[in-house]
Design a binder for this molecule. Structure first.
Ligand SMILES: NC(=O)c1ccc[n+]([C@@H]2O[C@H](COP(=O)([O-])OP(=O)(O)OC[C@H]3O[C@@H](n4cnc5c(N)ncnc54)[C@H](OP(=O)(O)O)[C@@H]3O)[C@@H](O)[C@H]2O)c1
Length: 281
């Protein structure tokens, strides 16, 4: 995957760039996140989206560039739920796709088909008809879930166009195996993970992240939700509410922390745009 960040002259100043393509026998997984200067990816509450941290046209453009190269965009279900919640109670949510016309054209030239949105879920309380992304008219969709989750989703009927990929045992999803199935069953070679932190943590603990695109936004937020921030109903019963970093859930012990090669760095205004590749022995 060799995104051309120079496609927008005048916007990105190249500081250095040592990117090179790498082959893989499962989907090559690259991630794209934005964080504050102090490492926060969501303020939680009413302004919980990555866009609230980013506030950058260039970052939005970079998101499209990375999407243009992807055979699928992988997300945890909460990222979809949050985007939908922010649009109000009558919203059926959003569809994740390339919007910039020039980058849509780039995608076409790269021979990529329709955008594909792929969600990870336990499938416990997911009704496919609540979310317009599963209607099938704008993007292709797939779901990675446990065998029990797959059974529940298939029982809903009416969504045969949604590819349900199951792996694991009963209620437990085997995420590495499900990701291999994306390659085998849907020919996904380049998989872009756009979050959120819970899903990233699952991928990182399984050492499945090959490359990271990281935008550092010139804002500082602090980690503990301040008392003056209005809490959502689901946040009200949590006494100590911490804003997430990229890596949700249990982390890695000292002996297993992962190392990364810093491939490139760009800036646009006061935003930094980093690219890292996993250094494997
Ligand atoms: N700054 C950024 O770049 C950025 C990027 C993305 C998201 N965000 C923000 O992050 C927040 C959402 O993050 P999040 O961590 O709460 O949620 P998330 O990672 O988007 O989704 C978590 C959900 O995904 C499913 N899931 C993830 N890993 C799984 C696994 N190993 N097995 C089975 N199911 C799995 C589960 O869905 P079910 O509950 O359906 O079982 C889980 O509840 C939002 O506020 C969003 O705006 C920020």
């Amino acid at each position: 995957m060799t995104p051309q960040l120079n496609d927008q002259p005048g916007r990105f100043e190249v500081l250095f760039d040592r990117a090179e393509p790498s082959p893989a026998d499962r989907p090559w997984i690259y991630t794209n996140f934005v964080q504050s200067l102090d490492g926060i990816t969501s303020l939680l509450g009413k302004h919980s989206s990555g866009g609230d941290i980013s506030q950058s046209r260039e970052d939005r453009w970079l998101m499209d560039l990375l999407r243009a190269h992807a055979d699928g965009i992988l997300m945890g279900m909460n990222t979809l739920r949050e985007e939908q919640r922010q649009r109000g109670p009558d919203s059926r949510g959003i569809v994740f796709q390339v919007v910039d016309p020039a980058l849509r054209e780039l995608r076409r030239k790269l021979g990529k088909g329709r955008d594909r949105n792929i969600f990870v879920t336990r499938g416990v309380d997911l009704d496919l008809s609540w979310h317009k992304v599963f209607d099938g008219d704008i993007v292709d969709t797939a779901i990675l879930t446990s065998p029990a989750g797959a059974e529940r989703l298939q029982a809903q009927g009416g969504h045969s166009h949604v590819a349900i990929i199951s792996a694991g045992d009963k209620e437990t999803l085997d995420l590495p195996r499900a990701i291999c199935k994306l390659r085998e069953e849907l020919d996904v070679k380049h998989l872009l993970c756009e979050g959120g932190p819970t899903l990233y943590g699952s991928l990182a603990r399984a050492d499945l992240v090959d490359e990271k695109f990281l935008t550092v936004s010139p804002v500082e937020t602090g980690q503990l939700v301040p008392p003056e921030q209005e809490r959502l109903p689901v946040e009200q019963r949590i006494p100590i509410l911490l804003r997430p970093t990229i890596f949700g859930g249990p982390g890695l012990p000292y002996e297993q922390m992962t190392r990364w090669t810093w491939l490139s760095c760009r800036k646009a205004g006061d935003h930094q745009f980093h690219r890292y590749r996993r250094k494997r022995a």
